[in-house]
Design a protein around this ligand. Structure first.
Ligand code: E4P
Length: 214
């Protein structure tokens, strides 16, 4: 399973990339705005740190505008993947971009039917948002399971990126379901490391060692 980091924060990307656990990066307009820097400059900086797919999202609402933005963003680096929202115009843009050989990550996916449409239009990645679905009392991970079942029955060239991850169990369950990728916010990545028995064990080793060897 691949880990993408879900942030536009350069320091956080560098911090986790140095551990060798980051295979790619996803951003969205909210994450770019949070850092307050120009999207092109931000994506350029990220591409110097991570050698893997980097998702940059369009903000246009019509297909022509999305394609225009996508063509500009894809000039930044060969690893750029264009994030397109799951709308009819987005599906149209995805089809046009796929014909041009530009990789699309279809975002704001909340149902297996939407994921199926994205794959049919030629998206190379689909991003089901598990946390936001859980927020409205519908199981985000159940959606992922259904998308996995569908994709396994056909030969779509489309990988599942589990997005809107809120806690470590989302990551573990996504892995158990065979999701291709989890895009994980830095705060959740941090929590994946934690276990109280690791801390207690380390403390005991240290104490026993110091008791005998000083
Ligand atoms: C990533 O592709 C998504 O934009 C992101 O995971 C959304 O997460 P949120 O629901 O926490 O904003």
């Amino acid at each position: 399973m691949k880990f993408f980091i879900d942030t536009a924060n350069i320091e956080k990307i560098r911090y986790f990339a140095e551990m060798g656990i980051i295979d790619g990066v996803t951003t969205n307009p909210s994450l770019i705005a949070k850092e307050g820097k120009d999207i092109k400059k931000t994506i350029e900086e990220i591409s110097l740190i991570v050698d893997g797919p980097i998702s940059a999202e369009v903000v246009s609402e019509d297909a022509d505008g999305m394609v225009k933005e996508a063509l500009e963003l894809s000039q930044i680096h060969e690893n750029i993947v264009i994030k397109i929202p799951m709308t009819k115009e987005g599906i149209k843009a995805t089809h046009q971009l796929a014909l041009k050989g530009i990789k699309v990550n279809m975002t704001l996916v909340f149902s297996p039917a939407q994921a199926l449409l994205a794959a049919k239009a030629g998206a190379r990645y689909v991003s089901p948002f598990v946390g936001r679905l859980d927020d409205i009392s519908s199981s985000g991970l159940d959606m992922v399971l259904q998308i996995r079942e569908i994709f396994d029955k056909y030969d779509f060239d489309c990988q599942i990126i589990v997005a809107s991850i809120r806690h470590p169990l989302h990551v573990v369950d996504a892995a158990r379901m065979g999701a291709d990728i989890a895009t994980i916010p830095p705060a959740v990545l941090e929590k994946l490391f934690d276990h109280p028995l690791t801390d207690i064990g380390l403390e005991r080793f240290k104490k026993d060692w110091e008791t005998v060897f000083g």
